[in-house]
Design a protein around this ligand. Structure first.
Ligand code: ADP
Ligand code: MG
Length: 212
C-alpha cells in the first residue's frame, strides 16, 4: 500500500509546472514535499490527491493506476480513503467542531444526549477536549488545523494530504500540528505534506525536493 508517482508532468498553458516527478510515499510514513515558493508543491500534492489530473505520467494508489480514474472512482477515494488538510478548504464555519470532525449531523444543538466516544477520544488527542460544541468560526488558526487533523483521524483516512499545515501558526502550534501528523503516520496513514517549514520537513521520513 503506497502512492507511487512516475514521470508526472503538469503543463498549465505553456508553463511547465511539473516536469517528470518520481515519488514513492509509503503507508505509516510522513513524506514532505519541499521546494521554493512556486516550485510546484501544491500542484504535486493536488495530483497525488487526485484533485488535479496530470498532463502525463502515472499515479499508482494501492497498486492501481489512478491518474485517469473517472470522477465516480475519484469521489469514492475521497470519501473512503483520503483526508485533506488545506488552509482555506473544508471547515464549515457555522458548524460545530463535532460536526466538522465527524461530518455527521449530531444532536448537539437539540437538547438530546450526545455521546460519541471516538469523537471524545480524538478531540482529546488533538487538544480540543471540551470544544465539541463550539462553532468552527470561533477557533484560532491552529485550532482549525487541528480540527482538520481530527477529521482525518476520525475517518481513519489511509491518505492524508496537507498543504502548508503549519503556515501562519506560532511555534507552539507548529509543534502540535507536526506531532499530530506524525501520530497519524504512526497509526498507519500515508501522510503527504507540502511545506516550506524546515522543522516540519525535518520530522518527515522522506523529503521530496522540487527544484524551482
Ligand atoms: N491554475 C493555475 N494557473 C496558472 N498557473 C498556475 C496554476 N496553478 C499553479 N500555477 C503555477 O504553477 C507554479 C507552481 O505552483 P504551486 O504548485 O502552487 O507551487 P508551490 O505550492 O510550490 O508554491 C507556479 O508558478 C504557479 O504560478
Ligand atoms: Mg503551495
Amino acid at each position: 500500500m503506497s502512492i507511487q508517482a512516475t514521470k508526472l508532468r503538469v503543463l498549465i498553458g505553456k508553463h511547465v509546472v511539473l516536469s517528470g516527478e518520481n515519488l514513492v510515499a509509503n503507508m505509516g510514513e510522513m513524506t514532505a514535499l519541499v521546494g521554493p515558493s512556486g516550485s510546484g508543491k501544491t500542484t504535486l500534492l493536488n495530483c497525488l490527491g487526485l484533485l488535479l489530473k496530470p498532463t502525463d505520467g502515472q499515479i499508482y494508489l494501492d497498486g492501481q493506476e489512478a491518474a485517469a480514474w473517472p470522477d465516480r472512482r475519484r469521489l469514492k477515494f475521497w470519501q473512503k480513503k483520503a483526508a485533506f488538510i488545506y488552509q482555506d478548504y473544508g471547515l464549515i464555519s457555522d458548524e460545530s467542531v463535532a460536526y466538522n470532525t465527524t461530518l455527521k449531523a449530531g444532536s448537539l444543538f437539540r437538547n438530546r444526549p450526545y455521546t460519541d466516544d471516538r469523537l471524545t477520544e480524538i478531540l482529546e488527542v488533538v487538544g480540543l477536549s471540551g470544544r465539541a460544541k463550539d462553532a468552527a468560526s470561533v477557533l484560532s488558526g491552529g485550532e482549525k488545523q487541528r480540527v482538520g487533523i481530527a477529521r482525518a483521524l476520525y475517518k481513519e483516512a489511509s491518505y492524508i494530504f496537507a498543504d502548508e499545515p503549519t503556515a501562519s501558526l506560532d511555534a507552539e502550534n507548529r509543534e502540535i500540528i507536526t506531532g499530530l501528523l506524525r501520530k497519524a503516520a504512526g497509526r498507519g496513514a500515508c501522510v503527504l505534506i507540502a511545506t516550506h517549514d524546515e522543522r516540519l520537513a525535518s520530522e518527515a521520513d522522506h523529503v521530496h525536493t522540487l527544484a524551482s
